[in-house]
Design a binder for this molecule. Structure first.
Ligand code: FPP
Length: 245
């Protein structure tokens, strides 16, 4: 259940926090006889439309999976192209995101990212730190298992240093060490492109999330499809393991 009542979900009918696995860029490009990066660029353009749709749909938090800890296994050309796309995206979109009241955060391990990209990420987080209309979290070099391992390492360091009593470690303590510590858990996780997998995305946080696996490839995802999924969510009955009263 949500940690902070102020972040409580389920009070309205729609999802408060939506997380999206943006899959299918490569296939979308291939279907057009174009290189995979063409699909990633088309996918990046969709992000703006979907973030802009959030306030009208009552979605306060949106978290998108941009690059996983496993994505380094792709060709050097694709990885370099994606990194360059992220740098360009941040540079190009910063002002519009800020003007629209979007607070941007990044989750994931920054150690393998290049310094220029890290600096842009820091700048965008600082620029938008006071915004509260929509909270956009971009998962970049993110893996759920990696996140839990990094969190556990920091937790163990606190125990070793005498700052944390092992007896106090429970379901409330561990998430405080996760990259998502200030975010509510996702209510709805969407994956595009017909794959029904969660691919190491928000493993801890999605324990009670609803899932939507849809066939649409990410570059074809639209505000209308998003609205439909948000509406479907409103019709669901979330019980968090309890029996309905
Ligand atoms: C998965 O599709 C997509 C990715 C690994 C990259 C996601 C990146 C974007 C949507 C672009 C930009 C994002 C931001 C925040 C600017 P895939 O390539 O695995 O598709 P496939 O399964 O068809 O090959």
């Amino acid at each position: 259940m949500p940690k902070d009542p102020a972040l409580a979900t389920g009070t309205g009918t729609g999802p408060h926090h939506v997380a999206i696995i943006m899959d299918g860029n490569g296939r979308w490009a291939q279907a057009r006889g174009r290189p995979r990066l063409f699909g990633h660029h088309a996918g990046a353009r969709r992000v703006r439309e979907i973030v802009e749709a959030c306030p009208d749909l009552g979605v306060k938090y949106i978290t998108i999976f941009a690059f996983s800890t496993e994505n380094w296994k792709r060709t050097q050309v694709e990885v370099a192209g994606l990194m360059s796309l992220f740098r360009r995206y941040i540079t190009k979109e910063a002002k519009a995101l800020h003007d629209e009241g979007v607070r941007v955060r990044f989750i994931g391990d920054r150690v393998r990212l290049d310094k220029k990209l890290i600096a842009l990420m820091d700048e965008l987080e600082q620029l938008t730190a006071e915004n509260d209309k929509v909270h956009l979290t971009i998962a970049l070099n993110y893996g759920g298992r990696d996140e839990v391992a990094r969190a556990t390492k920091r937790l163990a360091q606190d125990v070793a240093a005498g700052r944390l009593d092992p007896e106090q470690v429970d379901e409330e303590t561990l998430p405080k060490y996760l990259d998502t510590c200030v975010l509510p858990d996702p209510d709805l996780v969407i994956r595009t492109s017909g794959e029904a997998r969660i691919s190491n995305f928000l493993l801890w946080q999605s324990a009670y999330a609803e899932y939507e696996f849809i066939d649409t490839l990410w570059p074809d995802f639209s505000r209308e499809i998003f609205a439909e999924l948000v509406q479907n969510y409103g019709a669901r009955d979330r019980r968090f393991g309890a029996v309905k009263a």
